[in-house]
Design a protein around this ligand. Structure first.
Ligand code: KG4
Ligand code: ZN
Length: 337
């Protein structure tokens, strides 16, 4: 079975062709991503109107490229999967309306996919056999959520951020440090030469009894620190980066491991752009090995952590709920049911 995935929830325009073989292994035939990041780097963040205009331009060429890379014709796909939320309304509309048109013209079933669940299913690409129940931590630019997966389609949301998401914290703090958007990867790079103990930034809500997160206090603490500095030399930038990264990682790991114990899960699944952070991946693996050794950790390859259409198609294989194209509408506020 083959699915064309389409993803346009934020600043990426993405299409992928994904195949499931007779052993239920998910294989990528193509995975095309066009980003308007260059535009947003200049403005220090995403301007939704500009993102949607770029997506209108890129959508059809990206889909054509996906078919050309996969060396197949549209007749040979079995379904189309599209992100219908959450995200920016203008951006979502580009993908959803394109998918509806193609489903109608090509007479193919259409499967609407929740972007957040898509991030979880990036873990199922390349044939991983994941034991349930699993705990998923989604850490992206827009979301920080902990979800227990009892089985495919059976999700329990147990906590999330009350203000900024983890990726948003990296990006906003990066802006205070005069870094380009998105700042997460830059902070990770700078942090390699810095001391994570140099600035004792707060670990917001680390000891709270629930599974919620809050990162806006960390942003304020960094703001106050930078305000007192005469200049941001390269050593200070490295130390700030290492200290900020450590504060975010510490909270994510503490809450994740607490949830693993409470819900007695067999595996941890990471998803979202922040899951591409190598220090986070390494520290989570190390802590899990020592504290909860029987828990398996699954992490998508880095290019599948950030937004892509392959994860949307992969999710559709396991949650195959075809919906009449007339009934599908973009839903920017979509969350977990
Ligand atoms: O999942 P994603 O591509 O988009 C959303 O759904 O939001 O995540 C983008 C976010 C950005 O905030 C970016 O700064 C962050 O992921 N990010 C990282 C890294 N790579 C991307 N944060 C920390 N370390 C990284 N290596
Ligand atoms: Zn995302």
């Amino acid at each position: 079975m083959r699915i064309l995935g389409i993803e346009t929830s934020c600043d990426e325009t993405a299409a992928a062709i994904v195949e499931r073989d007779s052993h239920s292994r998910i294989k990528l035939l193509s995975n095309v991503i066009s980003t308007s990041m260059g535009l947003h780097a200049k403005t220090g963040g995403i301007i939704p109107e500009q993102a949607a205009r770029q997506q209108i331009k890129y959508m059809l060429p990206v889909i054509n490229q996906a078919f050309s890379d996969a060396h197949i014709q549209p007749e040979t796909i079995d379904a189309i999967a599209v992100t219908y939320g959450p995200g920016l309304i203008g951006s979502l509309l580009v993908g959803v309306e394109t998918a509806k048109t193609l489903a109608y013209c090509w007479k193919k079933p259409l499967i609407p996919v929740n972007h957040l669940i898509g991030h979880i299913y990036a873990n199922f690409i390349h044939g991983h056999d994941i034991p349930f129940p699993a705990l998923a931590l989604i850490v992206s630019g827009g979301h920080t959520d902990l979800v227990v997966l009892k089985d495919h389609g059976k999700l329990d949301w147990i906590g999330g951020t009350r203000d900024d998401a983890a990726g948003e914290a990296f990006d906003k703090i990066g802006r205070l440090m005069r870094l380009r958007y998105p700042a997460g990867p830059l902070i990770e790079r700078l942090a390699k030469k810095g001391d994570p103990k140099m600035f004792p930034f707060p670990r917001p809500m680390i000891g709270s009894g629930d599974f919620d997160f809050s990162f806006s206090g960390l942003k304020t603490a960094v703001f106050n620190e930078i305000k007192m500095m005469k200049q941001l030399d390269s050593k200070t930038m490295a130390n700030l980066s290492a200290s900020v990264q450590q504060a975010i990682i510490d909270v994510l790991i503490k809450k994740t491991l607490k949830a693993v114990k409470k819900y007695n899960v067999k595996s941890i699944l990471l998803g979202g752009g922040v899951a591409a952070n190598q220090k986070f991946r390494d520290e989570l693996a190390l802590n899990t090995k020592y504290l909860i050794p029987n828990t398996e950790i699954f992490v998508p390859q880095k290019s599948l952590c950030t937004d892509n259409a392959a994860m949307i198609a992969a999710s559709a294989f396991f949650n195959n709920k075809e919906v009449d194209w007339r009934k599908i509408t973009a839903n920017p506020e979509l969350y977990f049911d």
